[in-house]
Design a binder for this molecule. Structure first.
Ligand code: NAD
Length: 290
């Protein structure tokens, strides 16, 4: 299959490489000068998209997605499929799908979970929104790039699932970090705290699989000086998307709102920028000592 791939950054490059490795003809484009194993580079997004059966985008945000989509949709072959894997706001995902469908294309929003490690290993989880026909067209490619793809509903449903998942993740990470900081104050050993909570009703992915306390639980960014991993800035972006969605859907999300405010404070006014999102733990420790 001829596949156009636009946005070959930390995530897009290994995803495109896996498609090429599986035998597809992958034509890539990125604003930055990049080269990816097995991928032929095009001179522009429109050149990349023209003649492709499927075009995949993996871009930083909704504004950039909308602008790239406006350029490529008129160039794409009727009946071709546009698959956006970026994490963007639900409104942008729906707007791009509507424009694509009006131009005679199929469209899927399919954000991912699994990070750069999952993108390289081909073990991402895709959460997809769009018609049955659009999902069916993209599914064999999800199988190459990932280990699971869930068809969540119509256009925007993939982004909705991603945003809800990451709102839980942000809130839970904060709860786990503040509990560790409280345990410290109460004189409780961190390993004992982990041993109890990881097998009790307070357990969570943030405690059991991505523990924010160095030297405790499985290897995580905490054991690597809080190098991301999943950067606090990206968590802030996703929490903002969740609150934008909550506002537009008139949903009450007080914990999501608090998590957004705390990550904004951490990234914009403290030392959170460029650190892993689990660096909330040293943040709580330090504040306690002030
Ligand atoms: P990145 O910044 O490494 O890659 C984005 C790429 O898009 C860059 O190479 C950039 O040059 C390119 N780009 C920007 N504007 C462009 C344009 N107009 N035309 C063509 N290329 C353009 O980001 P990333 O980490 O690869 O993330 C991409 C998306 O995936 C984001 O939406 C992010 O939220 C999401 N995501 C990231 C992770 C992660 O762990 N990094 C995990 C899940 C989802």
């Amino acid at each position: 299959m001829r596949i156009g791939f636009i946005g070959l950054g930390n995530m897009g490059a290994p995803m495109a490489a896996n498609l090429a490795k599986a035998g597809h003809a992958v034509i890539g484009f990125d604003m930055a000068e990049v080269s990816v194993d097995g991928v032929t580079m095009a001179g522009s997004a429109t050149e990349c998209a023209a003649g492709a059966e499927v075009v995949i985008t993996m871009l930083p945000n909704g504004a950039i997605l909308r602008s790239v989509a406006a350029d490529i949709i008129p160039e794409m072959t009727k009946g071709a499929t546009l698959v956006d894997c970026s994490t963007v706001d639900v409104d942008s995902a729906r707007a791009v799908a509507t424009d694509a469908e009006s131009a005679g294309l199929l469209a899927v929003d399919a954000p991912v979970s699994g990070g750069v490690g999952g993108a390289s290993a081909g073990t991402l989880t895709f959460m997809a929104g769009g018609s049955e026909a659009a999902f069916a067209k993209a599914a064999p490619l999800f199988e190459i790039m990932g280990q699971k793809a869930v068809h969540c509903g119509e256009a925007g449903a993939g982004q909705a699932a991603k945003i809800c998942n990451n709102m839980i993740l942000g809130v839970t990470m904060i709860a786990t970090c503040e509990a560790f900081a409280l345990a410290d104050k109460l004189g409780l050993d961190r390993q004992k705290m982990f041993d109890v909570v990881s097998t009790s009703s307070g357990y969570s992915w943030t405690m059991n699989a991505y523990c924010p306390a160095p030297g405790v639980g499985p290897q995580s960014p905490a054991d690597n000086g809080y190098q991301p991993g999943f950067a606090a800035d990206l968590m802030l972006k996703d929490l903002r998307l969740s609150q934008q969605a909550a506002e537009s859907a008139d949903a009450d999300t007080p914990m999501g709102q608090l998590a957004q405010a705390l990550y904004a404070q951490f990234v914009e006014n403290e030392d959170g920028k460029g650190r892993d999102f689990s660096a909330m733990l040293p943040r709580f420790e330090n504040r306690g000592r002030e």
